[in-house]
Design a protein around this ligand. Structure first.
Ligand code: GLV
Length: 325
């Protein structure tokens, strides 16, 4: 039997490559470089499957140039690197990795809320720079997390996991805004109250963004939205770059329109807006929301399992579009 041919667009755990090699001919990316579109197209020739991450874009041009491609398995829950409509039109299956990273990503979101509100990065830099010569009453005094109002924009699986942490662990009042309102029983379980986006901006002490990136959510937080927030508020983005207007945020942090921000994702990452690197009141992490070893392994295995299921005629664990087989 002829084995299917799979391209690994980025490096991943060797055990996952070995698992795929049992049934497929696998080409790896030994240097783990982010390939240009032209390189990706070249390497995809004759491949029926591809294992991607958020750094690999699959769009109409790639699909047109790679007629053998039948399935793209993304090792991420977000899939804005896929043109899903073009993939569906080309009868190419798209899969992602939901659920297995929910709690891990919610942990990082909460860690960023705490680090931001309690000024942990700023105070660590101060200490490392040898500037700590005495204790003083207001040194790095920030804002409280317990008992404050937690605002969540985007209330999917990860948003709900953050709401639980806030309400049940820290006694926070949880308010949220989402495209659709949750069932009353779920709202009750996480003690979350649905509000308009305007009220969310005005009332949150800590606002966390957990919505998917799309043309509709592009710059959902810009200068006007930042101006509606409390001057004491913190903003955390663990969703996607581009949901926040980073230039507007850098200015708002400089002018203290809001108190501080915690960012795991950036417009045009891995580049970071220079204004964000200049202000002290921001905590920056390099897109590590799901980066625990168990979660990353589970994501890689789930992406591989989608490829294995596809090539063995089994139902797909986490398909994003209709399965044309
Ligand atoms: C990470 O950003 C993901 O979408 O899984």
């Amino acid at each position: 039997m002829i084995k299917p041919r799979i391209l690994m667009a980025r490096a991943v755990f060797p055990e996952v490559v070995a698992k795929l090699e049992q049934v497929a001919e696998v080409e790896i990316n030994p240097d783990d470089r982010v390939w240009s579109q032209a390189e990706l197209i070249e390497r995809l020739q004759g491949k029926q499957g591809v294992f991607t991450t958020g750094s690999d874009r699959i769009d109409a041009a790639v699909l047109q140039a790679c007629p053998d491609l039948r399935i793209c398995a993304n090792m991420a829950v977000g899939y804005n690197n896929f043109d899903l409509a073009a993939m569906t039109a080309a009868k190419v299956v798209a899969t992602n990795t939901p659920d297995v990273l929910t709690e891990t990503t919610a942990d990082l979101g909460f860690a960023l809320i705490m680090a931001t509100a309690r000024r942990m990065a700023e105070s660590e830099h101060f200490l490392r720079a040898g500037l700590w010569t005495k204790w003083s009453y207001d040194m790095f005094a920030g804002s409280d997390i317990h008992g404050s109002t937690l605002g969540i924009l985007g209330m999917g699986r990860i948003g709900q996991a953050i709401a639980r942490r806030g309400a049940l662990g820290f006694g926070m009042q949880v308010i949220y805004h989402n495209r659709s309102r949750l069932e009353p029983a779920i709202e009750q379980e996480m003690r979350a109250r649905y509000v308009s986006k305007d009220d969310l901006l005005a009332q949150a002490d800590h606002l966390i963004l957990v919505l998917p990136y799309s043309a509709q959510s592009h710059h959902a937080i810009g200068a006007a939205e930042l101006a509606r927030m409390k001057p004491s508020a913190t903003l955390v983005n663990i969703a996607r770059g581009g949901i926040v207007d980073d230039a507007a945020l850098a200015l708002a942090l400089k002018n203290r329109t809001i108190a501080a921000a915690g960012l795991d994702v950036f417009e045009g990452e891995p580049s970071v807006h220079p204004g964000l690197l200049e202000v002290p009141n921001v905590v920056l992490t390099p897109h590590i929301g799901s980066a625990s070893i168990p979660a990353r392994k589970a994501m890689a295995h789930l992406a591989a399992d989608n490829l294995l299921a596809f090539f063995s005629g089994q139902p797909l664990p986490t398909a994003l579009n209709p399965d044309p087989r």
